[in-house]
Design a protein around this ligand. Sequence first.
Ligand code: SF4
Length: 234
Amino acid sequence: ATDRAIAMLNRVRISDPVSVMQRYPHQLSGGMQQRVAIAMALANDPSMLILDEPTTGLDATVEAEVLDLIAQLRQELSASILFISHNLAVVSNMCDRVGVLYAGMLVEEGPTEVVFNDPRHPYTVALLRCLPRGGQRKDQGRLDTIPGFLPGIGVDIKGCAFADRCALADDRCRSELPPLYDLGGRLSRCFHHDKAQALPRATPSDVAPVPRAAAAPVLRVTGLNKTYASHGHA
Ligand code: SF4
């Protein structure tokens, strides 16, 4: 069993597996804990690996290392990977296909590039409008927001679960559950999937010009020092 454990830890690029096995979980870094968890998941040679928010709580550098490891394992394993994340940038980098869930229901599914570039469900459209992008400045245009809240758990929803937050909703949306429409290699659970991208913004994109006085620094500090106490000494 030890040899098998060492092999699994080697597989997730842990260079000193024996020392890792001699430590408690709280003695390992977040990135190392994730590697160990992935090694445990691989122990039975699964045909599917489910990674639920595998990089939550990791700093950006360690997140990049863990994602890199997952990408390498994906090449080595003959297993499918179901990657669950709220991080759309990570999803767009890691996944071949993406499924968008709302209130526990699949509302859109398709090849990642297609869904990100040509979303056909208002929720996906709204989500992508909330996403900061490289080169975008907040004095040049606002990100959008999604008004309202998710329906409460256990609430009986008659029609589309997104209707209360959707500016395209009509009477049919509020009374009938939309089916998953097959749009040729992709799916959308929206009666109005053909005009999803016409969803009105919830937040105007225009930004009022910043008055000159407001553009000046609010606070200016010079000669500031901070000392951290260590072992009882300042
Ligand atoms: S079915 Fe209606 S309420 Fe639901 S997302 Fe489509 S347009 Fe909006």
